[in-house]
Design a protein around this ligand. Structure first.
Ligand code: PEP
Length: 249
């Protein structure tokens, strides 16, 4: 039985003090067996870490560079995040792919760097509306997964989490139906059997992301291959995020 995993992606919202206030409120409200994480912007990581001291909520970053250090202005490396106290990192989010030129190849390099730094990676994949309407969902999602995991052995792949986030559902209020989510998650599980073996496929969590709200979270996460959620907008309010977490059983 896979332990559910819910992560809040704050995107480019919250200063350090706003983020610390949010997690202070959240930690009072959360009592769960599930794995819980928040991913603030880089500038809020330190103060959120302090506000989380002694809590079971984990600290994730939203991206990392693939080199350990060097002349890469504006970038932050995986060992730097580890040294700061991060537990993990989100990689290949569709907003990174869309606005910042991320490709399957750079996601693969960042994933290797994160794993080497002992950060738990959440690798995001998902199709656009045009790709879904052209019946290319599985072609795109399977290419992204194979690309992200290129050169990794089964045991290493088993150390990752995937987040299936249909791009048309992110920040739009349009959630995939439970059937649409489960269908793709089951296909992903099948591919993981090929790439990570039966034990790996059974162990890897596949989160759903895309307009997850308190009203739809429990039903989505009750699907057999939906092992949690990556939550954007609704993770910015302690009450909403706590209600989503309560749906992770
Ligand atoms: C996300 O940013 O990963 C996301 C799923 O956003 P939202 O929940 O706002 O759709």
């Amino acid at each position: 039985m896979r332990r559910k995993f819910v992560c809040g992606n704050w995107k480019m919202f919250k200063t350090g003090s706003e983020g610390a206030d949010l997690v202070r409120e959240l930690r009072q409200r959360v009592s769960t067996q599930a794995q819980i994480a928040v991913a603030p912007p880089f500038t809020a990581l330190e103060s959120v870490k302090q506000a989380l001291a002694g809590a079971s909520i984990q600290l994730f970053a939203q991206n990392c560079h693939f080199e350990k250090q060097g002349a890469f202005t504006g970038e932050v490396s995986a060992p730097m995040l580890k040294a700061l106290g991060c537990d993990g990192v989100i990689l290949g989010h569709s907003e990174r792919r869309q606005h910042f030129g991320e490709t399957d190849e750079t996601v693969n390099k960042r994933l290797k760097a994160a794993l080497e730094a002992q950060l738990h990676p959440i690798v995001c994949i998902g199709e656009t509306l045009a790709e879904r309407e052209a019946n290319r969902t599985w072609e795109v999602v399977s290419r992204q997964i194979r690309g992200a995991f290129a050169g990794l052995d089964a045991a290493t792949i088993a150390r990752t989490t995937l987040a299936y986030e249909p791009v048309w559902a992110i920040g739009t209020g349009k959630t995939a139906t439970t059937a649409q989510a489960q269908e793709v998650h089951a296909q992903i599980r099948g591919l993981l059997r090929e790439l990570a073996g039966q034990a790996g496929a059974d162990a890897i969590r596949i989160q759903y992301g895309g307009s997850v709200k308190p009203e739809n979270a429990a039903e989505l996460m009750a699907q057999p291959d939906v092992d949690g959620a990556l939550v954007g907008g609704a993770s910015l309010k302690a009450d909403d995020f706590a209600r989503i977490i309560a749906g992770a059983r």
